[in-house]
Design a protein around this ligand. Sequence first.
Ligand code: TRP
Length: 358
Amino acid sequence: MEKIKYGTYESTVERSRKLEEDLTKDPTRYRVLTGDRPTGRLHIGHLFGSLQNRVRLHKLGVFTFIVIADYQVLTDRDTFESISENIKQLTIDYLAAGIDPEDDKTFIFPHSHVPELNQLLLPFLTLVTMSELDRNPTVKEEIQAAGLVRINAGMYTYPVHQAADILFCKGNVVPVGKDQLPHLELTRVIARRFNERFASRKPVFPEPQPLLSKTPLILGLDGSQKMSKSRNNAILLCSSEDETASLIKKAKTDANRLITYDPENRPEVSNLLTLISLSTGRTPETIAEEIGDGGSGMLKKMLTESLNEYLRPLRKKRAELEQNTDYIRQVLEKGIAGARKIAVETLDEVLEVMNMKL
Ligand code: TRP
């Protein structure tokens, strides 16, 4: 069996750049699939890092599938009480950020509701070895980060489930962050092995490509790690303007009054400048120059004002959608029905090539 090669990050960046060019030229050749776990509400790191990228692709007219990976929640935590509520809140965040579920090219659905997608997991599991699953670097990191002592088998196999999420609709573009690249490489290997083993004459699955976001990694307000709700360093899309102001007030900076953009040596200050830049469309260097020796007080004031202003329309829309639970349910039902139609077709093809049709 061929080995799973993760390749260099640089080569992935280069490939992703070419893909981006081609996508803009010929959007109809592509099917975008992305996903999130319903573990809580989205924050501005998600917005600038991945949501806006999705909205942009979506507006090019590309078929867009957004899978809400509810089964994945069970892999590393005990709580499941809020999954249903989180699915709805996630959907509200997507719509508020600009995903338009009214067109016929967009599907938002929890994978638990698409049985034919989940069934692909069974043949896929036979295409990978235990030791390959054991070596997945992202899974290892997650086990460490969650401090798991008893690791359930779902934790090792969810990347294979993720391959089913992507391949059920023959997704060929997956906008992801760096941490998801090993899963995508596994998906490509599964597609390749499936085609070689069962469908050598006419391949069933494409080999999906990763599309990396151009936005730099957004750090949390502590400036030392990725923004994340569980690390308590995030500004949520649903935070109020006052909450946003007080979160920014507590953000970590440094003692140098002269504000400069220097991500290497001044990660905290530079991260705040990046956020102003993303909210205003101006470069972080120009903003730094303008603040000059105004110190972190002025930096924070500027961020609070520009971010709140930038998020105002999104938050307004969000608040309206939150009142309209029937509509959110409808959006999900439509997404499930659409995804299911495609999953039924793919499973049929899969059973056919595996000689399991009666
Ligand atoms: N593993 C992803 C995460 O933790 C969520 C996810 C599930 C996903 N299925 C996917 C991402 C398919 C991209 C494609 O964020």
